[in-house]
Design a protein around this ligand. Structure first.
Ligand code: T3D
Length: 283
């Protein structure tokens, strides 16, 4: 059953909420919902988004999260006109000037990126349209990025005198190598979804009409696996990046020791031997 609710009413109780939260079986769906400005992030949207991710993380019945956008965009990054964000002091002066952009990043983007990268369940970005600036890197923080063929990715930061944030400096070179990371970040050029998939920036590009169906199918597939094993897989792969081979092998042995003592491993083996589907419960 699909259930979609506004995460909270609009400010005046009339406008639509900037985030819609839905549930389909074991999958939570989060829809960024400011289509008129391509779902760019406002303080009001951040105030709903992080708690919605926290709620999904705390709910043992949630086994995957899908994030998408309303309308023709996924997310155009920071709303450059939101007075509540400028300067993080809320001095009402949108744009650059004296804005304390570092404080905005500390307050909003750092916790958001960290939350996504440490979720106890897989997170899928279903990128339905343009993903720019922090909107692009928010998507890239997710475990899987599925993009509609008409979607695109833009490291828009250089065009307004900033550097990639929301994890971009860490993610880009790991995903596509230094040359492409530098190229994308310095030019701010639009990268079409097909090309993004071809160079390994994202998992998959699908026809527009199939985006949500594909994302939900993947989410349900992952929801049926051991959430604990999937979360530890993410952690182990990221942790291995700065390690040498021997250290990575040692870490695998240590983590695998813990996984081997967990109930999901016993269930996985029992199900295999009994030739029945496994029922994983761990988180
Ligand atoms: O404090 C801090 O800033 C720190 C945090 C930084 C993190 C960041 O994300 S910095 C990067 C911020 N994002 C951008 O610079 C992207 C700006 N947007 C664009 O370059 C373009 O809109 C796109 C390339 C994404 C899409 O272009 P297009 O031609 O498809 O659409 P459009 O006509 O430009 O946009 C449609 C509407 O959305 C338009 O409003 P209007 O004219 O119809 O009333 C446009 O102003 C609005 N919009 C798009 N992006 C933003 C935005 N409004 C506010 N903030 C935006 N980021």
């Amino acid at each position: 059953m699909t259930q979609t609710t506004a995460a909270s009413p609009g400010a005046a109780g009339t406008a639509e909420a900037p985030l819609l939260v839905g549930r389909q079986g074991a999958v939570t769906t989060l829809t960024l919902n400011r289509p008129a400005s391509l779902n760019s992030f406002t303080a009001a949207m951040h105030a709903l988004l992080l708690p919605a991710l926290e709620a999904a993380a705390a709910d043992a019945s949630v086994r995957a999260v899908v994030i998408t956008g309303s309308g023709r965009g996924f997310c155009a990054g920071q709303d450059l006109a939101d007075p509540a964000m400028s300067g993080a002091a809320g001095d009402g002066s949108p744009g650059g000037g004296n804005a304390d952009v570092g404080a905005v990043v500390e307050r909003f983007y750092k916790p958001l990126a960290e939350r996504v990268r440490t979720m106890p369940v897989p997170v899928i970005a279903a990128v339905n349209g343009v993903a720019a600036g922090a909107g692009a890197n928010f998507a890239l923080c997710c475990d899987f990025v599925l993009a509609a063929r008409s979607a695109s990715f833009i490291q828009a930061f250089s065009k307004i005198g900033l550097i990639p944030d929301c994890g971009g400096t860490w993610l880009l070179p790991r995903l596509v190598g230094r040359a492409r990371a530098i190229g994308l970040a310095m030019t701010g050029d639009k990268l079409p979804a097909e090309e993004a998939a071809r160079i390994g920036l994202i998992w998959q590009c699908v026809d527009d009409a199939l985006l949500m169906e594909s994302a939900m199918a993947l989410a349900n597939r992952l929801a049926a696996l051991s959430s604990k094993a999937l979360a530890q897989t993410r952690l182990a792969i990221d942790a291995a990046v700065p390690l040498d081979f021997a250290a990575a092998l040692s870490r695998e042995a240590e983590v695998q020791g813990r996984m081997g003592r967990a109930a999901d491993f016993a269930e996985g083996v029992a199900a295999f031997l009994a030739k029945r589907p496994a029922v994983f419960k761990d988180r």
